[in-house]
Design a binder for this molecule. Structure first.
Ligand code: ZN
Ligand code: ZN
Length: 98
């Protein structure tokens, strides 16, 4: 999934890097779900081009969660439109027809 350019820049900003660092230190560098080494800081309320400038969302420690790669992928899969198959192997279109 590609990120809008502004968000890409946000992830390189000193404000984000220090918020991220603080989160990692606070939870001892461990995934908050499974206790493995956490490597990715996730936003519970997902960042968008509309809210990333709002530090109560983008930099709020309560909105951040340190996750390992696996848990992070799992978390994001829940939101993505899943490709699913029925028991006969036919593709189920999860999008409602308009
Ligand atoms: Zn994990
Ligand atoms: Zn995430």
């Amino acid at each position: 999934m590609k990120k809008p350019k502004v968000l890409h820049n946000f992830y390189k900003s000193p404000a984000w890097l220090s918020a991220r660092e603080l989160k990692i230190v606070t939870v001892n560098g461990l995934c908050e779900r499974c206790g493995q080494i956490g490597i990715e800081v996730h936003h519970k309320e997902r960042l968008t081009v509309d809210n990333f400038l709002d530090s109560s969302v983008s930099l709020n420690q309560d909105n951040l969660e340190l996750l390992c790669k696996e848990c992070h992928n799992r978390e994001h899969e829940r939101f993505s439109k899943e490709v699913r198959f029925d028991k006969d192997g036919n593709l189920i279109n999860s999008e409602k027809p308009k």
